[in-house]
Write a protein that binds this ligand. Sequence first.
Ligand SMILES: NC(=O)c1ccc[n+]([C@@H]2O[C@H](COP(=O)([O-])OP(=O)(O)OC[C@H]3O[C@@H](n4cnc5c(N)ncnc54)[C@H](O)[C@@H]3O)[C@@H](O)[C@H]2O)c1
Length: 251
Amino acid sequence: MAEMRVLVTGAASGIGKGIAEKFLAKGSKVILLDKDEETLTNTIEELKSLNPSVQSVLCDLRNEVKIQAAADGAWSYWDGIDVLVNNAGVAVRESFIDIPLSNWDHILDVNLRGTFLLSQILAKKMIDSKISGSIINMSSKNGLSGSSKLTHYNSSKAGINLLTQSMAVELAAMNIRVNAVAPGFIETPLDRNLKQKEKNLNLTDKTPMKRLGTIHEVANGVYFLASKEASYITGTTLVIDGGHLANGSEF
Ligand SMILES: NC(=O)c1ccc[n+]([C@@H]2O[C@H](COP(=O)([O-])OP(=O)(O)OC[C@H]3O[C@@H](n4cnc5c(N)ncnc54)[C@H](O)[C@@H]3O)[C@@H](O)[C@H]2O)c1
């Protein structure tokens, strides 16, 4: 699988950047998609040392016209894409009662609608080009179990799980596998910001492994699902959470 052509969304920072690094280190050709131009430019410069062929495409995943242009542009770099990683996502912590419609729409638009649209465009291209592709969607433990202050985020990630299953069912006949990963608490700038804002938040209290996961551990799961090692795996959501969800009855 050394020659995989891979598009990773939300790849300018955090987990997406780590996923891009993993594929680059394994010899894949990688395109980073993000809406944040400055961070994307800096990240590309940094990652060129791993593989000078790394490319980028600027796109706000809330906009269907920009998504189409980004998909066309990304496809044209190497005349095809074998692996799409729909990693980009946004979250805001606020009570259900207080969620403004604008935040509901923003989170659902990036996390779910953007994933649907980009996947649909690239799946069609894969089918037309007879590419045996793989699509990996970024879910979360929050898509499999509820929590306070993240109703919109949790709903978007639950949607990702059923989007993943439904796409997998229809696309299996076209040799496209579709899976998701569901990380628990991962050590990222996002988690560090949360802890700074809410000092009482203990992110590892209910996690049996008693530590945050690393970006590298999530990237390993994504790479596995994209690889030939996972050739009979489709429609699944791989939980990477240090046992957090398994601990549901603990008090
Ligand atoms: N950090 C965690 O603990 C954790 C846990 C479970 C799941 N996740 C999921 O992992 C994914 C990555 O999270 P992260 O922690 O690396 O976050 P992050 O904020 O570090 O990275 C998200 C990236 O997505 C990009 N992005 C945001 N909105 C976009 C848009 N409209 N169009 C294009 N790009 C956009 C951002 O610019 C950023 O580079 C998300 O889907 C998140 O829900 C994270």
